[in-house]
Design a protein around this ligand. Structure first.
Ligand SMILES: Nc1ncnc2c1ncn2[C@@H]1O[C@H](COP(=O)(O)OP(=O)(O)OP(=O)(O)O)[C@@H](O)[C@H]1O
Length: 332
């Protein structure tokens, strides 16, 4: 376990492990965006890890690094016992079929010219047992039924003839047909109507529970992440601030940034605790830093009401404060 990692407390090997992921994007004139700076995680078999943080903190970059699209600049990713980073392209493509990704915009994730039945079969025909077409129609229909779609109605339609929610169900059906071990969901409901969001979340929750699938669930919506995840990893400006169980998160969270996020929840969801807490408001400077030139020491310090000189001098390590709960803050 690296200092950047999270602890599952499981004795079985984790389904997915990442250590010290670093991703930097070129930004012209010799500058670079420090999108992800030494992030690690572990996801146990059957566990859902939520990744939470505001826009631009690097959540999607972590998700894409996990599936190696593209690989991180440095760091390692292991799927079960297989180290994905450094695999030859052909081996990587084969191994990657065991990990599927569901994206934010389901309509653009689907080829508009193909029918639903072909879209669902697509992955299997490339990576799986789709070379045996005998039971193809039965399997496509079962996959569609599994995600709550009526095969007779949708199998011959194209994506533009479906709603956003139906397209997301097709994406889920296609991913599940490959029988993956890990599902990466990157903001899977944020482009959908509120009324449809709960249906897709229920679908993902049921599918992962029934199949014992591990899931990494990325979103900026605190209540969505908290509800679907077993544990939550909070990111700020390319770093991990805190990792903790989602149960009782509103009482147990100690990092000032996590508390700030929780304070944004309606009172009915967060409970009455956070408002009088000195650590829930943006600090006096409320200075929004740039990933091009992140603050020294603790990256949250320019917004943190608890910040002291130490926070600008030294980066707080991510350390265990109790089993399953890790925090990177000098003042906790
Ligand atoms: N291809 C790219 N080239 C340059 N910069 C990028 C690229 N992709 C992401 N970034 C930058 O990297 C940082 C992290 O982006 P990322 O999309 O991972 O964050 P995020 O937390 O997922 O945000 P959002 O929720 O808005 O998608 C941001 O500053 C973003 O502008």
């Amino acid at each position: 376990m690296t200092t950047a990692g999270t602890t599952t407390g499981e004795s079985l090997p984790p389904a997915l492990t990442a250590e010290n992921l670093v991703v930097e994007y070129p930004a012209g004139r010799g500058r670079k965006v420090h999108a992800v700076s030494g992030v690690g995680l572990e996801v146990a078999a059957g566990e859902t890890l939520g990744i939470l943080g505001e826009s631009g903190c690097g959540k999607s970059t972590v998700g894409r690094s996990l599936i190696q699209l593209p690989p991180p600049d440095s760091g390692t990713v292991r799927l079960g016992e297989v180290t994905l980073t450094g695999l030859a392209p052909a081996e990587l493509r084969r191994a990657r079929a065991r990990m599927q990704i569901i994206m934010q915009d389901p309509v653009s994730a689907l080829n508009p010219r193909r029918k639903v039945k072909d879209l669902v079969w697509e992955g299997l025909s490339i990576w799986g047992s789709g070379d045996d077409p005998r039971d193809k129609d039965t399997r496509i229909d079962a996959a569609l039924r599994d995600v709550g779609l009526d095969p007779a109605t949708v199998r011959d339609r194209r994506p533009h003839e479906l709603s956003g929610g139906q397209c997301q169900r097709v994406c889920v059906a296609r991913a599940l047909l490959l029988d993956p071990e890990v599902l990466i969901c990157d903001e899977p409901v944020s482009s959908l109507d509120v009324s449809v969001q709960a249906q897709i979340l229920n679908l993902l929750e049921t599918a992962t529970r029934r199949r014992g699938l591990s899931m990494v669930f990325i979103a900026h919506d605190v209540s969505v992440v908290k509800n679907i995840s077993d544990r939550v990893m909070v990111m700020y400006l390319g770093k991990t601030c805190e990792v903790l169980p989602s149960d009782g998160m509103q009482d147990e969270a100690v990092h000032p940034y996590t508390r700030l996020l929780l304070a944004s929840l309606p009172e009915a969801q967060r409970g009455p605790v956070a408002v009088a807490d000195p650590a829930v408001s943006d600090g006096p400077a409320a200075d929004l830093p740039s990933p091009l030139d992140p603050p020294s020491g603790c990256r949250f310090r320019t917004r943190c009401p608890l910040a002291t000189g130490l926070c600008s001098e030294a980066e707080p390590p991510l350390r265990d404060i109790r089993p399953g709960h890790r925090v990177a803050c000098h003042h906790v």
